[in-house]
Each structure stands twice: as C-alpha cells, then as structure tokens.
Design a protein around this ligand. Structure first.
Ligand SMILES: [Fe+2]
Length: 251
C-alpha cells in the first residue's frame, strides 16, 4: 500500500492545495492525516471540507488544536496567539465541520501490521517527540516498525537500532526538497513528515511524505506555495499578524 502522509495543516488552504497539486502525478492509495487540521490559519472550512471529502480513502486522527477549536477542550494551556486563533476558528467553523472535527479519533491508530500513526506520541497525543529519550518512550508504547507522528512541525526521523544490546537512537532531520529513506530489518522508525501548513524548521515550504509499505520506502517532499497570500488572508481575517509573519520564514 502507498500512503500519502499529511500532518499539521492548520487551516492553511494555500499550502494544502499546493501539496495536493504536487502529488497529483504521484501514486498513492490511502491518505493518513496525523492531526491539527485547523488552528492558526484563515481557512478552517476549506480544509475541513477537503478532509471530509476523503472519507474511507483515508484515516485521520485529531490533534490538540482540533480539540480546542471544536470545543472539546478549553485550551487554557495554549499560548495567547494559539488561543486567539482557536477562538476565531470556533466562531467561523460551519456546524458540519465542527462536528467532523469533534468526531476525529484520538491516536494512536494501527494502520497495518508494521505501520501506526499518532499526533504527538503513542502514549499521549499532546506529548512532543523532540529527543532520543522521547522517541525511546514512544517506541516502547507501540510495536509497529514504522510510526508516523506530527505535532512538532519539524520533519525528522528517529531510528531505533534493535541489534544493539543497549538501545541506540539515531536522530535525522529531513532537510531539502526531496529525501528518500529505506527501512531496514532490525531497525524501527518514528517519522515526522513535517507540517503542511506551518513548518517550523526555517524552511517555509509545505512538507509531506509518501510511504510505500511494500518496498518499505519513505519519500519526503517540500513544496513552495504563496506564503504571502496565506499571510494576507490571516491578517485580513483579523487573526494575529504574527501567525502570518511566521509562515514567511517557516518558524
Ligand atoms: Fe500542530
């Protein structure tokens, strides 16, 4: 099976449409969405209309922003800008899209024998996997060889070498326009495809991945889109301008 893997779209329709355009000629059979469809950006309804349209040809889980924007979490732990954006999103979401957001399942979800997805970490959808130690905990909680996660908005791979007697984690950042990674026997992989709509690795291009579970290869791509248009729409909507400015720099 070939999967298109998307995470952290954050109501950025300009970035999502650029990604969908980019994958048009690539082969994939299912979409895996790792959470945070909305929050921060100015197009929550356009993104949710698309997410609802994929139906059974995909598996989606919720992110922390999806919980807060749909009203099932107060978000009191959010920073000022995130909370302001969540309140704006809650006010602008159409009912059918709010309902769809509320119904998104909590991760982790096993997709097939050797593939699973989660938003933050398997044991806690709100936990961030930034370090080797975070990754080690995550590997202990799910048995699959390959686990896709989001939440940090940083395209990265954590590799656990099971052939060593002392667990050893290798951390790699996925930088550049395209990357290929082959899964090896005796190793396990925690892979973050990066964020479609709000990258934070100083590369403003939208990020996404494709995974082929037959060949056990992961492909990572970056796609340029009009960050200035996404920013303009954020400012025009009355959202904090800082949320638009950060898109220009990928921070
Ligand atoms: Fe996010």
């Amino acid at each position: 099976m070939r999967y298109l893997i998307l995470s952290d779209i954050h109501a950025n329709w300009e970035a999502l449409s650029a990604v969908l355009n980019h994958v048009r000629r690539k082969k994939f059979e299912k979409i895996l969405f790792l959470g945070d469809a909305v929050g921060y950006g100015a197009s929550p309804n356009a993104v949710m209309d698309w997410l609802r349209s994929i139906g059974s040809s995909g598996t989606s889980i919720r992110g922390n922003h999806d919980r807060v924007c749909s009203g099932i979490d107060s978000g009191e732990y959010f920073n000022r800008y995130a909370l302001q954006a969540a309140r704006w999103t809650a006010d602008h979401l159409e009912d059918r899209n709010r309902k769809a957001l509320q119904e998104l399942p909590e991760g982790p979800v096993a997709i097939e024998d050797q593939v699973a997805i989660c938003h933050g970490a398997p044991h806690d959808e709100d936990a961030y996997v930034f370090s080797g130690n975070d990754a080690l905990l995550a590997f202990q909680d799910m048995p699959q060889q390959v686990i896709f996660f989001g939440h940090t908005h940083v395209p990265s791979v954590f590799i656990l070498d099971q052939r060593e007697s002392i667990p050893d984690i290798e951390v790699r950042l996925l930088a550049g326009e395209r990357q290929r990674l082959s899964m090896e026997e005796g190793r396990r992989y925690l892979i973050n495809p990066g964020s479609v709509g709000q990258p934070r690795d100083r590369d403003p291009r939208a990020a996404y991945g494709i995974y082929d579970s037959q060949t056990r290869r992961f492909y990572h791509y970056r796609v340029a889109y009009s960050t200035s248009e996404a920013r303009r729409r954020i400012v025009r909507a009355g959202l904090p301008p800082m949320l638009g400015d950060r898109l220009l720099h990928g921070v």
